[in-house]
Unconditional design. Structure first.
Lengths: 162, 202
């Protein structure tokens, strides 16, 4: 289902988590398998609206936002977690209510929400995602599409208890 | 200078500035942008065009412009450049305040933002210096060094900013305009020997 692409962002993320895992492994040998929590990305919370409704689809759809939600430490998938998604699309600007929606993760910790095509805004085609339900620490992500022509985008969360 | 050559130079300059604007006007992205965002984007493209005109004026490459008229035009186009940048930044601020604030605070995730912001401050600085130069009693040489230093920052910042942005500008016309801006700046700097020790009047 999930395809992993070898690009700079993924490599950096993988390298970062590898490094984090390696360093914490050295410091805390008992927790050598530890998976580091995802930090919020800069600009991730821009044009965020609290409490976007959970929807089957944002607008008319045509573009897929997907990802996973896991727990920091053991990396266990987290089911039923609410992920909020928004972007500048063919149907509205980032700050407009119709550009916002939320979805829940399935039993494998995966989420997938159909939304309108993302359009480059402020010089980059990008989306915004938030975990903001309170059980875990809030995380804002801002993934960038490799090309404005792509019709899907992924973002992955590793959450730590609040 | 023969009339044909004169005409050719002015037509080429008009094309270098207007073709990128026309190409951007055909961008499909415009359909999904509000009027303020569209104006802000075009102000940025126009600003890049003005950055091309500046070294051509001061280098004396535009036929029909005496050294005096060239300098006067350079001065006023500098003012227009400040205005274009204010419209560009102001329009983007209205479109998405948090993104613009991130850019101005150098905390934006987009790699092109700091280049644009640095070029903006350099444009404001050179305009302020030009306006206050007599009042401050700046030596011609001090003024020239300061202006050249800021001009290099403006040109480099604007070109990198423009090249990295994924916006309404069409790629080929954008690359061509940026290349012309760099070439015109380098030629003017070489011809005017801006690093010379003594100020000479033109």
């Amino acid at each position: 289902m999930t395809t992993f692409v070898l690009n700079r962002r993924n490599l950096l993320a993988a390298g970062g988590s590898f490094l984090a895992a390696g360093v914490s492994g050295l410091l805390l040998p008992a927790r050598a398998q530890s998976i580091a929590p995802t930090p919020s990305m800069s600009g991730g919370s821009n044009n965020y609206r609290k409490g976007a409704p959970t929807v089957d689809r944002i607008g008319k759809g045509g573009f897929w936002m997907s990802g996973t939600v896991r727990r920091a430490g053991d990396g266990a998938p987290l089911a039923n977690q609410r992920i909020q998604i928004w972007a500048h699309t063919t149907e509205g600007q980032e700050h407009e209510p119709q550009s916002h929606g939320a979805t829940l993760t399935d039993k494998n910790g995966a989420f997938r929400l159909e939304m309108p095509q993302i359009i480059p805004i402020f010089g980059q085609p990008h989306g915004h995602l938030a975990y903001d339900s309170g059980e875990f620490k809030t995380v804002f992500l801002r993934p960038v599409m490799r090309s404005a022509k792509e019709t899907s985008l992924e973002a992955h969360f590793v959450l730590q208890p609040a | 200078m023969r009339l044909a050559k004169v005409t050719l130079i002015w037509v080429a300059l008009a094309a270098a500035v207007c073709v990128p604007i026309a190409a951007a006007a055909l961008s499909p992205l415009l359909e999904w942008r509000g009027p303020v965002y569209i104006v802000a984007g075009f102000a940025g493209i126009i600003a890049l065009g003005l950055v091309l005109v500046q070294p051509l004026l001061i280098g004396g490459y535009l036929p029909g412009m005496s050294a005096y008229r060239g300098r006067r035009a350079h001065y006023w186009i500098g003012g227009a450049l400040v205005l274009a940048v204010v419209v560009h930044v102001g329009g983007l601020w209205i479109t998405s305040p948090p993104d613009m604030i991130d850019a101005l605070l150098f905390s934006s995730p987009t790699p092109f933002s700091p280049w644009g912001v640095i070029a903006m401050w350099a444009i404001f600085a050179v305009a302020l210096l030009a306006a206050l130069r007599r009042r401050l009693g700046l030596e011609p040489r001090t003024w020239r060094i300061a202006h050249v230093f800021l001009a290099v920052i403006i040109v480099a910042g604007s070109v990198v900013h423009g090249m990295l942005v994924e916006g309404t500008m069409e790629t080929v016309s954008k690359v061509a305009l940026c290349a012309l801006v760099l070439a015109a700046t380098i030629k003017a700097m070489v011809d005017l020997r801006v690093w010379r020790k003594r100020a000479t009047s033109r």
